[in-house]
Design a protein around this ligand. Sequence first.
Ligand code: TMP
Length: 407
Amino acid sequence: MALRCRACNGSNLIQFLDLGKMPLANGFLTEEEFENEKFYPLKVGYCADCEMVQLINPIPPEILFNEKYPFVTGSSKHMEVHFDELADEAIHLSNKRAPRLVEIGSNDGTLLARAKDRGARVFGFEPSRTADIANERGIRTLRTNFDMLAARNYIRHGPFIDIIVATNTLCHVHDLNNVLLGIKMILAHDGIFVFEDPYWPDIIELCAYDQIYDEHKWYFSVSSVMKLLDRHGLRLIAAHAQPTHGGSMRYWVRHKNWNEEPSILLPTRQIYESQYDLERLLDFQQEIEAEVKNLKATLQYISEGHRIAGYGATSKSTVILNLLGGEEQSIDYITDTTLFKQGKFSPGAHIPIVPPSQLRQDDINHIILFAWNHAQEIFENEQLVRERNIQWIFHSRKIKDEKLLQQ
Ligand code: TMP
């Protein structure tokens, strides 16, 4: 039976990647939970009609985001600055003194608090318990998923919205069309919708295969986004590349009939997007296998004479560890600043998660940087990096070349 595209409903979805069976990427667990751990197929497809790259058979949200989901706010200062700038830019572009601003997936309200300080009237939609933190700090937040139904309820009582923001949210949503219908419904006629997500061509360029996991259901490019928006009566007016999450794109969107010519140039990289056609995608599986093989050999070689630790118990690390076919056991432990993860074990591979202080006590100089998207911040702030000659290990040689240059 032909696979169906979940974005355009066409029947030309082509599978190009199979990463085997994976545990839940964020399913950090206790020893007692090992025997009931579940594994799910991780396969990716490309729609030959609308170009949307997507997970095939995504795991339903009720399994992915259960009560144990370690929803935590970014502990990164760089991300806070990034959100500050986004709020400023959006308010500036809205050309209003007190714009109404809604954030979809507003977490603990960090971005909304900043926008509120700048005069915006803010409101958040956030399904996780971080919504409670936002409300406690005075940022009005509805603890729910945003979709057409939520939009309809909202607009029944509230006015249209001048600015809608969604950062690293759309790539997670199960029913993308439902969310876009909701956005179209509440956006004022002269409103702006801005969203940003990991940029698919960057994932391929860096061979960042660890970005492919159960929660990332959509992998956007400028061309697939343009087609998606067009089907929903919306129009991309600008796209700006961002360094966050190892390479993201920020998309600025208006209603299709808004009479403003695209004012900000698309990045030159869009010109090269045509390179990421099916032929290129079909090579990706082999490229990933080559990187995994290289990482296995590196870990094996180092572990003969040295201990190895991991830095950052990220959902991305789950993908890497579960592709290593046993070699992941050469990693003693993974450090992470998140209290919820400390004392637990990594999904599938069952590597212990410990606080970063452990590295100071131990004589470990070889560290695989799973939180590579925060490399610059870690190199700047982690005292250990200044005290010791750390040999950083990366799961992809292109990421290694790029990140070590920042050191
Ligand atoms: P993320 O890639 O999804 O943002 O996850 C980053 C993880 O890395 C998160 O669990 C927190 C952890 N982390 C540290 O342990 N130390 C750090 O300095 C940073 C920036 C993150």
